[in-house]
Design a protein. Sequence first.
Length: 361
Amino acid sequence: MSGKILRKLNGTFFVAIVTSLVLSLSGCTNSNDGYSETEYATGEHQIVEVVRDFNPFFGRDGLYGLTAPEGYQISDYDYDKTDNFEFHDYVYENVVPVTVLNPDNIGTPVAEVSEDGALYEAGRHVIVDINRNFSFLFGKGDQVFHLTAPNGYRVLDYDYDKTDSFEFENITYVNDETVEVSDIHSFGSPVTALEERGESSTYDVGEDIMVVIHRGFNPFWGKDEMKEVGQIPGYQVVDYDYDKTDSLEFETIVYQNTVPVVVEVDDTIGTPVEEISSYDHSDGVYDTNEHVLVDINRDFNFLFGYEGTKQVDAPDGYEVLDYDYDMNDSFEFETTVYINTEPVEVSDSNQFGKVYQKTRE
């Protein structure tokens, strides 16, 4: 029996024996010491939650409805699987004013919040479709493909994850119309009749969600860096994920079209129907939503991985676009994606810029 297989078996037995004793002690405990109560206006408190579950088997496969804490909504979700654990990564944003004692903890709504019944208003029903497939070899190679959503919904997030034996495709949807839901783990039906999208190859602004996957050979530790995520003419970056296995790494970038595009073939990048101005930033100035940065933080982790909540924030002129937590046998990776919400002036494209103050002529 090879050393790698023996090591994994020993690790599995070890985890099974001590999990019940140690899980309650691991992760992050957020103390309220030293904080005073603060009120956050709508949209000001953005927080991530990593939920770790013991799962030494195959992992999830199917439709799963997701819920947010009272007063918050889900703006991003990722599912990651290791040999013995699965990790659910949520990004929440408050949709009503909340009072917060410790900014790393979920706040409490200032006023009473009505609960969802059978009807879910836009942005309230979030559902993920996890597709698990056997994959003993290299996983997905470099490729491009386009995503669609059921009527009344839009694609919120896409993530690709690879383990030794499986690959997981996770497509997260959110309703953009009021829908009637009889089962939270199934898509609802729009309460207003909507016109189905036809078979046209032309996509209007915001209609095309395009995924680009890059696979690289990396038998070493994996990325630990901040870098700019490149744009594609006619599109803007709406999501980025990094996944590391023993020998490979996968970068998954999701784009949404900002101008009408034509997609003749599913595995090709859409072509803008109008001339696009150059993305030349030789003057160092990036317009709104043009400067996307990913910050990948790698740490040693030989145990169980992270579990807990914490606030995420961004420098002036930027906001957090995505957060993902991923773990392999020896390392954990925290991937945070930022996008500029105001024009910024950048001296190093792989670092944050400063809000651009245009000089009056």
